[in-house]
Ligand binder design. Structure first.
Ligand SMILES: Cc1cc2nc3c(=O)[nH]c(=O)nc-3n(C[C@H](O)[C@H](O)[C@H](O)COP(=O)(O)OP(=O)(O)OC[C@H]3O[C@@H](n4cnc5c(N)ncnc54)[C@H](O)[C@@H]3O)c2cc1C
Ligand code: FES
Length: 245
């Protein structure tokens, strides 16, 4: 485990914050889609996607779900230390990004996509991001992407709002105009996405699961024989369909 100093905590919505962590020793440059296990003193160890990495500073983007994430977002003192393990899991390599991509994200599933778009910015210029959030306030997290690619956002709390699945249906109503897709978000959202997008389009999903060890020992993240922490979190759409069937 690498002790890491919290050098900045930036609240970007009522229940969402960016945390910037500086590991005290060398941390291997991560791929987008990889995650870290974050050990929080007096709380749990939780998996968090890397939402940016630059000059040896790791950024994570946390949404409040329970006690540990609440502490991280609302109370964690700047200059305190967290323990991190990683980078873990299978990430998104450059060779998967070609032509026009469609990126579909639900809620805080946007975190790994923030890093992917910045890192592969030249390769995603003609791509599109569809993003859905519970509240309009949370949707500000995608503001940093609007200069890189076409972004459509929806939230459930607005009068004419909806979900990312509504955006996807609308997008697909004129046909699938993209070479591949990448999706990230809660399982219920991913399950609908793989059913809506035609099978002939190469697709990749960042699966979520309950994690304990993060390195393939405990089995708590298993979807059938697939260990999300070790074999994923990136999984191709054909394999994903098999895992949820
Ligand atoms: C690979 C991976 C990457 C993740 N990346 C991020 C990220 O970038 N930002 C972020 O905010 N969150 C991320 N999460 C989810 C995050 O790990 C959980 O929100 C966190 O563990 C909740 O801890 P807690 O103690 O605050 O809440 P808990 O009390 O542990 O849980 C509160 C509620 O959230 C549910 N929950 C807990 N963990 C998960 C999970 N993994 N998936 C779905 N529901 C869960 C519980 O069932 C419970 O209902 C990621 C999860 C995984 C597996
Ligand atoms: S979290 Fe332990 S095997 Fe995946």
């Amino acid at each position: 485990m690498i002790p890491s100093k919290v050098i900045r905590r930036e609240l970007i919505a009522r229940n969402v914050a960016h945390l910037y962590l500086k590991p005290v020793k060398r941390f291997k440059e991560p791929l987008p889609g990889q995650f870290i296990m974050v050990w929080v003193p007096n709380h749990e160890e939780v998996p968090m996607s890397i939402s940016d990495y630059s000059d040896s500073i790791i950024r994570i983007t946390v949404k409040v779900r329970g006690p540990t994430t609440d502490y991280l977002v609302n109370e964690l003192p700047v200059n305190s230390y967290l323990g991190i393990r990683g980078p873990l899991g299978r990430g998104i390599t450059k060779d998967l990004i070609y032509g026009r991509g469609l990126f579909v994200v639900g809620g805080i599933g946007v975190a790994p996509i923030l890093y992917m778009v910045r890192l592969y910015s030249e390769l995603v210029r003609d791509s599109k991001l569809l993003a859905g959030f519970a509240t309009n306030d949370e949707s500000s997290v995608v503001n940093e992407l609007v200069s890189y690619l076409d972004v459509s956002v929806v939230s459930e709390d607005l009068t004419n709002g909806g979900t990312v699945i509504d955006l996807l249906r609308e997008e697909l109503s004129v046909g699938m105009r993209y070479n591949y897709y990448i999706a990230s978000g809660p399982k219920a959202v991913l399950d609908q996405i793989v059913k809506l997008i035609p099978d002939y389009v190469p697709g990749y999903l960042l699966a979520e699961s309950l994690m304990k060890c993060g390195i393939g020992f405990c089995g708590s993240c298993a979807l059938k024989d697939f260990l999300v922490c070790k074999d994923g979190a990136l999984v191709d759409s054909t394999t994903y369909k098999h895992l949820i069937s």
